[in-house]
Design a binder for this molecule. Structure first.
Ligand SMILES: N[C@@H](CCC(=O)N[C@@H](CS)C(=O)NCC(=O)O)C(=O)O
Length: 209
């Protein structure tokens, strides 16, 4: 059985948990990271020298880096189009996985850390303002892309929806007061489709802590 190490309030762990749940793959999870520690133990560092979560073990294989784990699980256990068979569609899914992390997520992360994990008197308004500015420019790019498709790589739910689905939940929660409701209507419709998925509701849509 697949083993997963990581705390459930980590966005990178959530990507893996959501994928496992969508694919119906049995797994055992061990709390690790944050207040749970574990990540600095030598046995964990042997598996993941970064001392970060998530890490998985599947048989003899150890893997870290959440997007790589999602891709691996999709390729190995995916049914239907979750791991797209068509290479152009798969590349599109890959692209949005990377965009979610490297382009969009690098601004969601500081906004989340500042507003959820930093005491009010220690927050840096400049970091928060910059995150809002950058994300307000980026969200319409995804919105335009979703104008004529149900999910990021077409009309099927794929691995491409996973990282951006996790980032978007945090973005929508953290900017609800700063946005007008109809600013990104295609993102809103796509997000409603994600909300219809039990695994998304149970793994990703948690109170932000
Ligand atoms: N690029 C890595 C980043 C992993 C990462 O930064 N994980 C965070 C949680 S989201 C972590 O381990 N933080 C330290 C901790 O939880 O102790 C990935 O996507 O897996």
């Amino acid at each position: 059985m697949i083993k997963l190490w990581g705390r459930t309030n980590s966005i990178n762990v959530q990507k893996v948990l959501w994928t496992l749940r969508e694919l119906g793959v049995p797994f055992e999870r061990t709390d690790a990271g944050g207040a749970f520690g574990v990540v600095n133990e030598p046995a964990y560092r042997d598996m993941n020298p970064n001392g970060l979560v998530p890490t998985i073990q599947d048989g003899d294989m150890i893997l870290w880096e959440s997007n790589a784990i999602v891709r691996y699980l999709a390729a190995r256990y995916g049914k239907g189009e979750f791991y797209p068979r068509n290479l152009a569609v798969r590349a599109d899914a890959d692209r949005w996985m990377d965009w979610a992390t490297i382009t969009f997520g690098i601004h969601v992360g500081p906004l989340f850390m500042q507003t959820i994990r930093t005491a009010p008197d220690k927050r840096d308004p400049a970091i928060i303002a910059n995150s809002h500015t950058q994300l307000a420019k980026l969200a319409p790019i995804l919105d335009a892309h979703l104008a004529d498709r149900a999910f990021v790589a077409g009309n099927d739910f794929t691995m491409g929806d996973v990282p951006i689905g996790c980032q978007m939940y945090r973005y929508l929660m953290l900017t609800a007061d700063a946005r007008s409701a109809d600013e990104i209507p295609n993102v809103a419709a796509w997000y409603a489709r994600l909300c219809a998925r039990p695994a998304y509701r149970e793994v990703v849509m948690l109170p932000l802590t």
